[in-house]
Design a protein around this ligand. Structure first.
Ligand code: ZN
Length: 317
């Protein structure tokens, strides 16, 4: 098999992707097409097909625009734009159940005709043949449209694991597990929603529950046992954390005890206000999930305690 970098078809695909316009005529950034494309690539990666059914995916596409698109003052986001216009860029095909023509940008037409969009089949085959091309495409779209701090959240939304895409051999950072069956594992796109909903959209450690309009911001669904080490996308292996506490949890500064109290590593220190706020979390009860059935399971907590948390924990003051 030839490398994607030597395949003219792959280069042609990347240049079509790269020529998507970044701005709307009104000078507003226009991530509609990149977002729809990322959404379809997530489908392709997880289901083997890039099919997006407008009627059933519309709400999700709308939400994605609200979360990662530009602020809208007057008119709402219109997921139908990219769906009906992207065929003009040579990277999208739309079929209708009755073969009917669609009025451009008509939400009603797309729904009524049960419009199904997908990547052109030869491009889909190309992406199947060159897994690294999928990663390059995703990276090109992300780098062309968003700051790096948002890349993993966008990928999570569409069911792609950015670290896994970029380092398929090594795995995230320095933690490739020997014999791990992580490769080939599919990310469950609903994990985030299930976990955040279980904790009522707040950080289980500090209660951070901020929103930008109605979308929560700076809040993430953390895996307790890392995916790289076969931690499942299951709510019992998840905990809702703000960005800071997620990072500190993954770095082993923070942990949780089997009786669901916050643990802070004795190795962690800092005199500033923010660091002191972290230290003060020691031995506090985490904000529990709504239902006991969603409580983190002991075996995942134990894994985190053993493999990640920098013990010993600070003693309560
Ligand atoms: Zn927090």
């Amino acid at each position: 098999m030839t490398e994607a970098s030597e395949d003219p078809a792959a280069q042609d695909w990347l240049s079509r992707v790269g020529s998507l316009r970044q701005w709307s005529k009104g000078g507003e950034r226009a991530p509609n097409k990149p977002l729809l494309l990322l959404y379809a690539l997530g489908r392709l990666h997880n289901d083997g097909s890039s099919r997006v059914v407008y009627k059933s995916d519309e709400a999700r596409l709308q939400q994605m625009l609200e979360e990662f698109g530009p602020p809208r003052q007057r008119s709402p986001h219109r997921p139908q734009f990219a769906f009906s216009r992207m065929p003009g860029d040579g990277i999208w095909k739309v079929d209708t159940s009755d073969g009917a023509a669609l009025r451009a940008d008509s939400r009603a037409d797309l729904r009524r005709a049960n419009a199904v969009g997908r990547l052109p089949s030869n491009d889909e085959q190309l992406l199947h043949a060159h897994p690294e091309l999928l990663a390059q495409t995703v990276q090109r779209l992300l780098q062309g449209n968003w700051p790096e701090s948002l890349h993993s959240e966008i990928c999570e939304f569409v069911g792609l694991d950015l670290k896994e895409l970029l380092e398929p051999e090594a795995g995230p950072a320095s933690d490739a597990a020997p014999g791990s069956s992580r490769q080939g594992q599919k990310r469950d796109p609903y994990f985030r929603t299930q976990v955040l909903s279980a904790y009522e959209y707040q950080c289980a450690m500090c209660g951070w529950d901020a929103r930008l309009s109605h979308a929560s911001v700076g809040l993430e669904a953390a895996h307790i046992q890392w995916r790289a080490y076969d931690g499942p996308d299951h709510p019992k292996n998840g905990i809702s954390l703000c960005v800071l506490h997620h990072r500190l949890f993954d770095r082993g500064v923070l942990g949780i005890s089997p009786d669901l109290k916050v643990e802070v590593s004795q190795d962690f220190n800092g005199r500033g206000t923010s660091a002191r706020l972290v230290i003060e979390l020691a031995n506090q009860d985490i904000i529990p999930p709504q239902s006991p059935a969603q409580r983190p399971e002991g075996r995942y907590i134990n894994w985190h305690q053993e493999q990640v948390f920098k013990s010993p924990a600070r003693l309560p003051r």
